[in-house]
Write a protein of this length. Sequence first.
Length: 339
Amino acid sequence: MKKKLLPILGTLFLCSNMALGQDNQWTSARPDGHAPISVMGDHYHKKGEFMFSYRFMPMWMEENIQSTDDISNEDIYQNFMVAPKKMKMNMHMFGAMYAPSDQVTLMVMGNYISNSMDLKTGMGVDFTTESGGLDDITVSSLIIILNNNRQSFHGNVGISIPTGDIDQRDATPMMNDAQLAYPMQLGSGTWDPSLGLTYLGQTDKLSWGAQSKYKFRLGENSENYTFGNRFDLVGWGAIKVSDYFSFSTSLSYFVTQKIDGGDADLNPMMMPLFNTVNSGRSQLDMSIGTNFFVPKGSLKDLRIGAEIKIPAYQKVNGIQMKNTLMATFGFQYTIGHRE
């Protein structure tokens, strides 16, 4: 995995050398001035600026893998009564950013999630479970460390507030009001601080960046378990095609640890996703995207972004569903922008 990440770091280093010697500060006021739309906390604002955003983020999963290999339903039925077949998650993300000073930007993000999972019993019965509602709310701050020679570093410090429900239930062939699997729940049930570092660079036609984040889980939730800590690393590059358009590509990698503890209402022999042994994964994704930016006129500082992401590699603990595709579509609008 380290070998796969080395090209990202090498590209960023070469690009940073291209920017040295230019006296301009890094700026977000261009189509490639933001990272791909799926990256959060990538940019900051100047004192007095507000930004409002909305993202729609669908994600699809299909069939199952054991470690890195496909596993059939027949093999799953050797140890479990039910096998998951497909899952789709739709996330609506609403965000706001405000800069009380030139050095600090505050950010709050809230999500509404709807989940749907198709399953099949060992007796051949197909059924679907659904969940939906508010996710955890995240509050964070972006603190500028350096902005010089068209290169920038800023810290990301935040905390996730446990507002998402972790007692989602639905009817199944076995029970009318069954507790749903861990991936179908809406929040973590714990207060989860996060720390990160973001690097940005630009030339007249190119931009690039990298971001690392680590989310910690504190304590145990009301259902007597704790989701695993998560580490994220993403690197991206973009080309400014015009004053209005840019195109981007990225590589992103994450590692999630296993769930600690367990929900007493989930029978670990019923299905793989009820057993915490089957939790935690690592994954490398590739993406392509575009940003449309309005630099002047009545819609000045409106930005519309789209990105498609597919897994290049994924490895899971035990047996889990296979991620197949993720997309992000959204818009961002800045008020009170200063040059």
